[in-house]
Design a protein around this ligand. Structure first.
Ligand SMILES: CC(C)(COP(=O)(O)OP(=O)(O)OC[C@H]1O[C@@H](n2cnc3c(N)ncnc32)[C@H](O)[C@@H]1OP(=O)(O)O)[C@@H](O)C(=O)NCCC(=O)NCCS
Length: 166
């Protein structure tokens, strides 16, 4: 297990093969994927393959990470950074099982990822995108001190681009 960082209540670690189970079940909840632009995995095998082929750590030196509770090791969801080659930007993203929403976990994890990005990875700017309708996500970005940069259409739906500089 490769732990990347720890916070008061959480640790973030690289994905491992058993996480395919969680990816399948996370994306199988319509409320969880509603504002993400993602679809459910067609099968557990597809989710397992997604994890098996996840190349960001090797390619970019960072990626999305599993977020687990320090007290129980329970997998809560994922959070982390993603290099987007098409616009040469690094994006902060998060997704948690619904039963864990509203406990401040996304904010705690995202703040730590942003600091890790600035201090350890020497990243100079991080962006966050959210559909206008995704109030919880926008709230997390604001609580992480990202500032509104512009409004745009994301897959033809109104969205915000937030940014934070080191
Ligand atoms: C977005 C998401 C990660 C937030 O996770 P979380 O752990 O519940 O987030 P936090 O508890 O740190 O913060 C959520 C904030 O949004 C607020 N919030 C949530 N729903 C809200 C609503 N409908 N109206 C107003 N505020 C709302 C919460 O009150 C909280 O703010 P507060 O601490 O100031 O009260 C979670 O909802 C999720 O997994 N959603 C599905 C995936 C997703 O949409 N990811 C983002 C794609 S851009």
């Amino acid at each position: 297990m490769k732990v990347i960082l720890e916070t008061n209540r959480l640790y973030l670690r690289e994905f491992m093969s058993a996480d395919g189970f969680h990816f399948f079940h996370l994306n199988n909840d319509p409320d969880v994927i509603k504002y993400t632009g993602n679809d459910a995995f067609e099968s557990l095998e597809d989710a397992n393959n997604f994890i098996k082929n996840y190349a960001d750590y090797k390619k970019n030196g960072f990626g999305r990470w599993a977020v687990c509770l320090r007290s129980t090791n329970e997998f809560l969801g994922w959070c982390g950074l993603k290099y987007e080659v098409e616009n040469d930007e690094i994006d902060i993203g998060f997704r948690f099982y619904k039963k864990h929403w509203g406990n401040g976990y996304a904010t705690e994890a995202a703040k730590a990822c942003i600091q890790y990005g600035f201090n350890n990875l020497k990243i100079s700017e991080i962006v966050g995108r959210a559909y206008k309708a995704n109030i919880a996500s926008i709230q997390v970005l604001k609580k992480c001190d990202l500032k509104l940069e512009k409004e745009f259409l994301y897959d033809n739906k109104p969205a915000y681009l937030y940014t934070i500089k080191k």
